[in-house]
Design a protein around this ligand. Structure first.
Ligand SMILES: *Cc1c(COP(=O)(O)O)cnc(C)c1O
Ligand SMILES: [Zn+2]
Length: 405
């Protein structure tokens, strides 16, 4: 898969590769290899020329950072989400800046749309007419929506015990929606195997072009701040694909000479399901399966994340941290953000909970800046309302004046 671009009347060709950051193996991007032979995930990389600072391509802002022709994209308007500065909170925490990247402003209300758009472009470039995913939440809705927009058939596989009311917001887009009984953790590998056999492009949690889609979160944070990166970027982490993509995005910018340094990264997990935090604290190179506990941050409840080993390696390489939040801290963070006008689902509020910890532990120092990735909308998980003490009152019209004082 090559992309040609012009510069001063000279045309260059560059070749997209999928590279394993763990063992160094490289694969062509013109097939759909979803994982390295060593078992670890793959990242989009370029052979020869990297991303050049002055590359811009047609209408889609960051299209030049991807190996697709303009006609292969089927955008629903993903990305370009607001970076909202929270001054009161910054003051309270003794920080120069706390900014929230509000990913609930995406077409299906989570960051997943960025990766879905890039996977759809890849699938179309390779001639696929069928796509699929394994998810029961944000990714399922995102893939179903983008498949509908691209006029592709979609196969969405969800866990056997998912409640009916969680299926309706996926079914509305018209995919083949299959509730699959049996061990959920086997569904990831089995879907990729069956997809290869049946010609279905399975865009699961951390496949290469889903991860590549998250790079634009980094581009936008940097661009919004005049290409000065924040000291810290905090990402709620389940499979690990989003964090990997954001790290890669900041590395792209530095390689292109657009920024001078990388931010430091904090992987934020719910304490109840924190396999990456456990391995990080133990100094282990590989994650181990965590007990299947419950957490209100259900969107990050993966007990055995497929990119867990890679996230560990990236954080160690770049001097990052992994921090966890208790259920109570997550609920408090959700309330705090809502009081700033931002209503995120519990998982997407874990970065704020973790920032408080990081300040208390002295990991994030006074006067530094932090960007929190608020990954998805609060309306995606209305069950969380029960965790808050929410109040309202009844009155009649005649007594209304007495209440408006
Ligand atoms: C998917 C998701 C995450 C976790 O992203 P990973 O790439 O799996 O680490 C976090 N928050 C929300 C709201 C999500 O939908
Ligand atoms: Zn490898």
């Amino acid at each position: 898969m090559t992309l040609s671009f012009g510069q001063n009347g000279v045309f260059f060709m560059k070749k997209a590769l999928l590279r394993c950051k763990t063992c160094g193996a490289e694969y062509g991007a013109d097939r759909a290899p979803f994982r390295c032979a060593c078992g670890e995930p793959l990242d989009l990389a370029w052979n020869g020329f990297g991303i050049e600072a002055n590359e811009r391509c047609q209408s889609r802002r960051y299209a030049a950072f991807y190996p697709f022709a303009a006609g292969e994209w089927r955008s629903l308007g993903e990305g370009g989400t607001p970076l909202v500065k929270l001054e009161t909170l910054a003051k309270e925490l003794g920080l120069a800046e706390v900014a929230v990247k509000n990913e609930s402003a995406n077409p299906t209300w989570s960051f997943k749309d960025r990766g879905t758009a890039s996977c759809i472009a890849h699938a179309r470039a390779l001639g696929y007419t069928k796509v699929g995913t394994v998810s029961s939440g944000n990714m399922a809705a995102s893939v179903a929506a983008y498949a509908a927009a691209a006029d592709m058939e979609a196969f969405v596989l969800v866990k056997g015990n998912v409640a009916d009311e969680k299926l309706a917001p996926i079914a509305i887009y018209g995919p083949h929606l299959l509730r699959v009984a049996g061990p959920y953790y086997e569904l990831y590998g089995e879907s990729l195997r069956l997809g290869a056999e049946r010609g279905i492009y399975f865009m699961n949690s951390d496949v290469p072009f889903r991860v590549a889609g998250s790079r634009t979160i980094a581009y936008e944070i940097a661009e919004e701040r005049g290409f000065r990166v924040p000291d810290w970027v905090i990402v709620p982490t389940s499979a690990g694909g989003n964090l990997r993509g954001i790290v890669n995005g900041f590395e792209d910018l530095r390689r292109a000479g657009l920024t001078e340094k990388l931010p430091r990264f904090i992987c934020a997990q719910a304490a109840n399901i924190s396999p990456i935090a456990a391995a990080f604290a133990a100094g282990a190179a590989r994650i181990r399966r965590f007990p299947d506990n419950e957490t209100i941050a259900h969107a990050i409840d993966n007990p055995f994340p497929p990119s867990g080993n890679r996230v560990l390696a990236e954080l160690r390489r770049l001097g990052g941290a992994v921090l966890t939040a208790s259920e109570g801290e997550i609920v408090r963070a959700q309330a705090d953000l809502a009081r700033c006008g931002l209503f995120g689902q519990p998982a997407s509020c874990v970065p704020l909970a973790v920032l408080r910890r990081a300040r208390a532990d002295g990991i994030v120092a006074e006067g530094e800046s932090a960007a929190l990735v608020m990954t998805g909308s609060g309306l995606k998980y209305t069950a969380a309302f029960a965790a808050h003490r929410l109040e309202w009152r009844d009155c009649d019209l005649a007594s209304l004046p007495a209440y408006l004082k």
